[in-house]
Design a binder for this molecule. Structure first.
Ligand code: MF3
Ligand code: CO
Ligand code: CO
Length: 255
């Protein structure tokens, strides 16, 4: 069942989503060559807790850390660690989910470590634009498939592939709720979007083939062919005439 949020619930979700977005702003200056993802995890954890919230990933189905950090060929669910320092030219996704006043807010973005190679930057910017197009397809009376279709058409048109195994999701009192928001599909397919639905859109776009494998840690998803992968994520609310991006801080978030 898809839970339609009341105006009061959406007010609370604005706060938890704003906090998640603020974590991404706060952490940006720390994402530099030489830092470990373990250190980035600890800084984000302390910031979230200092704001009276809980990092949703911590202990979620056994996930051991407070954020996900996915470097280069890691598609998603990378576990922060202190083994390897980030290097100039790496691209990394930091995925932040906060639990505040009983509701979750979920957002992620790519960061360049030092200066990106042109090929990596093109992938990252394409993924960001794909999310933007997905968001632009959200309106009451529209269909879930409109979102996936917009993302798939754009990403594949640039010669990239869309990961199938993971999708966006409804969000609210639960980290993951119905519906599943696929990042591929056909316009007009899927359930009808209604005012008060809140869900994430979080396309994962690969430079090479769409296929993945999971590392022995049972979490880290990597591209099977070792090619780079990018992901951006926002939490969206369907409004009376379109949508509101709850994890966007106007003028401050990258888009
Ligand atoms: N934040 C991820 C998402 O966008 C989910 C992470 S689950 C975790 O849905 F356990 F790995 F944290
Ligand atoms: Co997320
Ligand atoms: Co999500």
């Amino acid at each position: 069942m898809i839970h339609i949020k009341t105006d009061e619930e959406i007010d609370i979700m604005r706060r938890t989503c704003r906090l998640a977005a603020e974590v991404l702003l706060m952490i940006e200056p720390y994402v530099k060559p030489g830092v470990t993802t373990g250190k980035l995890n600890d800084i984000c954890h302390d910031f979230i807790v200092s704001r009276g919230a809980i990092p949703s990933p911590l202990n979620y189905k056994g996930f051991p850390k407070s954020i996900c950090s996915s470097v280069n060929e890691v598609i998603c669910h990378g576990i922060p660690c202190d083994d390897r320092k980030l290097r100039n030219g790496d691209v990394v996704n930091l995925d932040i989910t906060t639990y505040l006043d009983g509701y979750h807010g979920d957002t992620s973005r790519m960061f360049y470590v030092g200066s990106p190679r042109a090929r990596a930057a093109k992938l990252v910017e394409t993924c960001r634009e794909a999310l933007q197009l997905g968001i632009a397809a959200v309106r009451p009376g529209g269909r879930l498939g409109d979102i996936g279709a917009a993302i798939q058409k754009f990403a594949e048109g640039r010669g990239y592939s869309v990961v199938r195994e993971f999708c966006g999701h409804g969000i609210g009192k639960n980290f993951h709720e119905e519906p599943q928001v696929l990042h591929y599909g056909r316009p007009g397919n899927g359930i009808e979007l209604k005012k008060g639905m809140v869900f994430t859109i979080e396309p994962m776009i690969n430079q090479g083939q769409p296929h993945l494998r999971i590392l022995p840690d049972k979490w880290t998803a990597v591209t099977e062919d070792g090619s780079l992968s990018a992901q951006w994520e926002h939490t969206i609310c369907v409004t009376g005439d379109g949508c509101e991006v709850l994890t966007r801080l106007d003028g401050k978030t990258p888009f």
